[in-house]
Ligand binder design. Structure first.
Ligand code: UDP
Ligand code: MG
Length: 158
């Protein structure tokens, strides 16, 4: 159990389909703390770096093209075990196979255009947050008043 930060991207299909609010609302309602939020049509170089671990895969060029085809929304989220919590909320990569109740399972039909990205490890989170929120001042340190109602502070945040 550790407080973690993670990078979430609402991908071009989420923005084009008008699902930014619906998806952001799920993370907000879950109790994840929003530290950063940015809408931008990023340069290809940003996604080439972001998806560098997939560089050798056949889908890599198409993936970079898709991610630059419209704006994306980048979110920095924080919470206890936030990386795993977000991954579970996203569902399987193939939206057609993603479990109902997950973002992809409820809102999508595509393998590749699958609405959302979430960091998959603490190392990825650190690397990806630096890419999309390079200046540390872009992440806002604030104290949600609901924190003691979202967590058992003595057990989970001590
Ligand atoms: N992707 C794709 N074809 C594939 C595998 C992945 O288009 O065969 C895309 C898809 O958008 C996916 C992203 O590449 O979300 C990154 O792949 P990864 O396996 O890391 O899936 P994720 O972590 O996003 O579930
Ligand atoms: Mg991944």
């Amino acid at each position: 159990m550790a407080v973690q930060r993670t990078l979430v991207l609402l991908k071009p299909d989420a923005v084009q389909r008008g699902l930014v609010g619906a998806i952001l609302s799920r993370f907000e309602s879950k109790g994840l703390k929003l530290l950063g939020l940015k809408l931008r049509q990023f340069e290809p170089s940003v996604f080439e770096a972001h998806y560098e671990p997939h560089k050798s895969k056949p889908f890599y060029p198409g993936l970079v093209k898709y991610m630059t085809s419209a704006p994306v929304v980048a979110l920095a989220l924080e919470g206890v075990d936030a990386i795993e919590v977000v991954r579970n909320m996203m569902g399987a990569t193939n939206s057609r196979k993603a479990a109902p109740g997950t973002i992809r399972g409820d809102l999508g039909m595509s393998f590749s255009s699958n609405l959302v990205h979430g960091s998959d490890s603490p190392e990825s989170a650190q690397r990806e947050l630096a890419l999309f929120f390079g200046d540390a001042r872009e992440l806002v340190n604030w104290s949600p008043v609901a924190t003691p109602w979202i967590y058992n502070v003595a057990e989970e945040l001590a």
